[in-house]
Structure formats: C-alpha cells, structure tokens
Design a protein around this ligand. Structure first.
Ligand code: BEZ
Length: 211
C-alpha cells in the first residue's frame, strides 16, 4: 500500500553501513529524509550519494537525519562506499540501509513494477518529528534528484510547523511568505509583528517570520 502524506512513516529495523538501525528510534526527535536508490554501483546513484554527503551540514543545521536505501547487501554498500569517496570527493557520512529482501521497499511502495519489477524507483520521504510523512517525491531511475530542492521544501515545512505560514511558488529562504487561511486577520495581527499585506482576503503576505 502507498505511503501517503500525513501517514505515520512505517517503522522497520534494518542493517546499514552504520550498523543496525531501528528507524523510529534512530530519528528520535529529529526530522528525517529516507531516499531510495535502484541499485549499488550505478552511476546516477553514485553522484546523488556524494551530493547528499556534501550537503550533510545543511541537513544537520535543520535537525534532519538522512538515510539512503538500496536493495543490496551491506557488504556491497561498503565496497560501493569506496567508489563514492573516490569519484565524488566526499566520504559517505550517513547510513545507507541494506534491503536485499526488499522489506522496506515493499513497506514504502518503492518498487513500481511497470517501471521495473525488482529495483526501487528514486523515492524521497520527508518525515516530521511526529513521525508523520510530510513530503513524498518519486523520480525515475534515469533522473538524479535535486537535493537543494529537498532542503528548500524542508525549510518551507519547518516554517509552516513553527509559524503558520505557507510559501508561494518558487519561494526561496528569506523571501515573503503567505499566512495560512486558518489564521484570522485578528490573530494574524498578533502573530505576525512585522505586519502583513492582504492582496486579496485569502492572499496575505508577510515577511519570513524567522528572518
Ligand atoms: C543509475 O543510478 O545510474 C541508474 C540506475 C538504474 C537505471 C538507470 C540509471
């Protein structure tokens, strides 16, 4: 069954390059990003894992733990890790989960049989501290993901969680935000001391609250 926004992210225990991981316990009070790879020793995945390793300080800053997953064994992952460091110039600095029996892949509906009946697609799940799924993205095997975009979405999700704002099209950190419709004008006056501009009664713009 598909994992949908608002669902509790299914829990699991799995081996990884950093030892056995109990998913929910590992996340603790952090946010999480779980992302799958079709297979070890594949070119696009190699570049993605190098990029996430480079961006790890950005995920740390946001209190996010990242976990990769590939449907191969930990032994394969450990051999591949050397190639990632050699070719991408960064050592893997987060766990890569092994899923040779495809237990997690099935739990998270990461195998789309009409695309490929054994390999996972490129799934991304962003999980909040409440263990609920906040974002899902699915890319085909042939397209590398944009992890700057995933950081951008996490910034937006964290603003919404903390300040009752949404973010408009193509929003970037530091730009104006939108007050969510459930906040009345009276409450907005108290909640947003920098003020807001009502372009329409339903479209109220306010400076990014935490800047
Ligand atoms: C890759 O990671 O490079 C890849 C994996 C499966 C199909 C195509 C590309």
């Amino acid at each position: 069954m598909a994992v949908r926004l608002g669902d509790i992210a299914p829990d699991f225990t799995a081996d990884s390059t950093e030892g056995q991981i109990r998913f929910h316990e590992y996340l603790g009070n952090s946010w999480g990003v779980l992302f799958s790879h079709p297979k070890d020793f594949t070119p696009v995945c190699t570049t993605e894992l190098g990029e996430v390793a480079k961006l790890k300080p950005e995920f740390d800053k946001r209190n996010v733990k990242v976990l990769g997953l590939s449907v191969d064994s930990v032994d394969d992952h450990r051999r591949w890790r050397g190639d990632i460091e050699e070719t991408q110039g960064t050592a893997l600095n987060f766990p890569l989960l092994a899923d040779p029996e495809r237990k997690i892949a099935n739990l998270y509906d990461m195998i789309h049989p009409n695309a490929n009946d054994t390999l996972t697609v490129r799934s991304v799940f962003v999980i909040g501290p409440d263990k609920k799924v906040k974002l899902t993205i699915t890319y085909p095997a042939s397209t590398g993901r944009n992890f700057e975009e995933i950081l951008r979405v996490i910034d937006s999700l964290q603003l919404t969680a903390q300040y009752s704002v949404a973010t408009p099209v193509n929003w970037k950190d530091g730009q104006d935000c939108i007050i969510v419709p459930s906040v009345s004008d009276a409450d907005a006056k108290a909640k947003f001391p920098k003020g807001f501009r009502a372009v329409k009664p339903y479209l109220r713009i306010t400076p990014q609250p935490n800047k």
